[in-house]
Design a protein around this ligand. Structure first.
Ligand SMILES: [Zn+2]
Length: 305
């Protein structure tokens, strides 16, 4: 039986440690399918989505987080987002990136790129955004994420992002884990977890072999008493809608709208999920009407003051 996408929140009170363990296989497969991603693109996207899921696991209600990687590498760009409710989405600039198998650490770094920037934007709610940016480390999302926590959040962190492909290059499993000492606790506690991890298979390999997140958590925290605070489902989910696409069209200039009307239709293809929203001539004309009357209303408002 395959593990459903889930994130576990772990708390080791005595040791002063908090942790997250997640399975992202289903959502990463869904993303790969929607983007028609090659094995390399699917593997890197899975790592990015797992990173977003873990960052999402640190959020409070109503908060959201976006992770963006821009590099000189052939993948170009990777964007992954998550919210506090376990909704995750993402895309890469070049989902069709062809690459010979097998896909290992070295080839992933070559595809992702060696020089670049990792940006994390956290929407803390009430339009309060927190930006953090660090340079890409070793051409790896995992190393760059650790660097981000160290540099931008000054939080010692242990994290693993894993994606496992089968012999044909299809995404077999994806998952990850993250541990941080509680404020004021010596970071040395992380070395105990790191020692445990060194004796374990990767999270994705463990998941592919049928292990549960509870079993993976127990191995990672062997010798450290802990409790599972919460089990939250994760899913690929996009916040796009026909209404939002319509709003995007309303931002266009009247000339641009007229050009679309002449063409006969406007197609808006969501970057994140590839849902297509088609607006026909009649609907575009209605949007143009609204834009024109809004412009008139603004003109009158301005002349009033
Ligand atoms: Zn979408």
């Amino acid at each position: 039986m395959t593990m459903n996408d889930t994130i576990l929140r772990l708390y080791a009170k005595g040791a002063g440690l908090r942790g997250l363990v997640c399975c992202t296989t289903g959502l990463a497969q869904e993303a790969a399918r929607r983007h028609e991603a090659t094995p390399m693109a699917a593997a890197l996207l899975a790592e990015g989505l797992t990173a977003a899921a873990l960052l999402g696991g640190l959020l409070k209600v109503q908060q959201r987080v976006a992770l963006k990687i821009e590099t000189d590498g052939p993948l170009g760009k990777l964007v992954a987002e998550a919210d506090a409710y376990g909704r995750v989405r993402g895309y890469v600039a070049e989902p069709g990136l062809a690459w010979p198998l097998p896909i290992d650490r070295e080839s992933r770094a070559n595809a992702l790129g060696r020089e670049g920037l990792l940006t994390v934007v956290t929407d803390l709610g009430l339009r309060d955004l927190h930006h953090g940016a660090v340079t890409l480390q070793q051409g790896a999302i995992e190393a760059s994420l650790l660097h981000y926590f160290h540099k931008s959040e000054q939080t010692p962190t242990l994290a693993r992002l894993d994606a496992a492909l089968d012999d044909q290059g299809a995404l077999a499993a994806a998952g990850g884990l993250l541990f941080q000492p509680l404020p004021g606790v010596d970071a040395a506690i992380l070395t105990r977890v790191a020692d445990n991890l060194a004796a374990m298979p990767s999270t994705a390999a463990a998941l592919a072999a049928g292990q549960t997140l509870q079993q993976i958590a127990a191995q990672a925290l062997e010798g450290i008493p802990y409790t599972v605070l919460e089990e939250q489902p994760l899913a690929f989910a996009c916040s796009c809608s026909r209404q939002r696409s319509r709003q995007a069209l309303k931002v266009l200039s009247e000339d641009d709208l007229l050009a679309l009307i002449v063409e006969g239709e406007a197609v808006i293809d969501c970057h994140f999920c590839h849902q297509r929203y088609i607006f026909d001539r009649e609907e575009l004309a209605a949007i143009l009407d609204e834009v024109e009357s809004d412009a008139l209303a603004t003109m009158f408002e301005e002349s009033d003051t």
